[in-house]
Design a binder for this molecule. Structure first.
Ligand SMILES: [Zn+2]
Ligand SMILES: [Zn+2]
Length: 331
């Protein structure tokens, strides 16, 4: 799901085959990352030997990592990426692996003392008619609390008004949709200086381009914006779980993390609600190391904070995974 856009407007929809899954399914999307590394000045990136090394070990050497937290990036406890079946994301989209070294070279956005708030922008949130027509879970309180635990940055909310007519509304399957790319274009100039990044959440259904039937969300890797929709999650605890998964997946993209092809991982692309339900809510060791390199945190403290939110949301399977992870750690 989830369309990732690569920086500098190297648009991601390019070359995407039309991806329309059969009845009832939901096609979502994503963005292949064609060239991977953005230009970095006249001499360009140096990738040769280093890149070759990381491709064999995408998490990279851990010599520079504090010995007290290395356990979090060790191999144990992470499931392999399942084989993609027909209709699954990787069946339809080729993804270029983003190793930890590649991630570093690409230059993720890094928080500073002045720029470290993760902003959640309510978009169309006050429109009761539209909101009541869709799922209303997770709640804004759950969204804020989960983002804070997962990304370990301060989280705040903001209301954003955009000209709806400029968001390329269209009607699909009887419901109105807004175009993600138009939303992100409109959001970019509105990101406040103090925001690390701004993630819009909307009750509206979304589409990224004419060839798609819908998308759960979309984010730009290096431009501090993302958007996700609450329209497609159903009801009850499962809806909360799906919403939190998509929320954290999209936010993960804003930290520079591309789709993961290394393990079963929150950052795997997903193409349908069924595939979303099979996707873990945790980051694999490669993606966790990326997040750790950007924000820094104690992995045990972070796992406990996320577990607390998941217990509150009734997401049992993921709580069990975290407890297994913590049980293997001393202290
Ligand atoms: Zn994605
Ligand atoms: Zn991963």
């Amino acid at each position: 799901m989830v369309l990732v856009e690569v920086t500098r407007r190297r648009q991601i929809l390019v070359g995407l085959p039309a991806l329309l899954i059969g009845a009832g399914a939901t096609a979502a999307c994503d963005a292949p990352r064609p060239g991977l590394v953005p230009e970095r000045g006249p001499r360009g990136p140096r990738r040769s030997a280093r890149t070759a090394t990381v491709d064999r070990d995408p998490v990279g050497a851990l010599d520079d990592v504090d010995p007290a937290v290395r356990w979090a990036f060790a191999e144990d406890g992470f499931a392999p990426l399942p084989e993609a079946g027909p209709g699954d994301w990787l069946h339809a989209h080729a993804e270029s692996p983003q190793s930890f070294a590649t991630f570093t070279i690409e230059g993720p956005n890094r928080p500073t003392a002045e720029r470290r708030t993760l902003l959640v922008a309510r978009l169309g949130w006050g429109d009761a008619a539209r909101a009541s027509a869709t799922s209303t879970t997770p709640t804004m309180d759950e969204i804020v609390a989960y983002l804070g635990a997962f990304f370990t940055l301060p989280v705040a909310t903001i209301d954003v008004q955009l000209d709806r007519a400029a968001l390329e509304p269209r009607t699909q399957d009887g419901r109105e949709q807004l175009r993600t790319t138009a939303i992100l274009d409109a959001l970019e100039p509105q990101v406040p200086d103090h925001a690390y990044a701004m993630l819009a959440v909307t009750p509206d259904d979304l589409y990224p381009g004419p060839e798609w039937n819908f998308v759960f969300g979309m984010a730009r890797l290096h431009r501090r914006v993302g958007v996700f929709s609450l329209a497609r999650y159903g009801e009850g605890d499962a809806a909360v779980q799906r919403g939190l998964a998509v929320l954290s997946h999209e936010a993960g993209h804003m930290f520079g993390i591309s789709h993961c092809v290394h393990y079963a991982c929150l950052m795997n692309g997903f193409n349908s609600r069924e595939e979303l339900d099979r996707t873990p809510m945790h980051l694999c060791r490669v993606c966790l190391r990326k997040l750790h390199a950007v924000v820094g945190f104690d992995p045990g403290t972070r796992y406990r904070a996320v577990r607390e939110r998941l217990v509150a949301a009734g997401v049992r399977e993921e709580v069990a995974w975290i407890e297994g992870r913590l049980a293997g750690v001393r202290g």
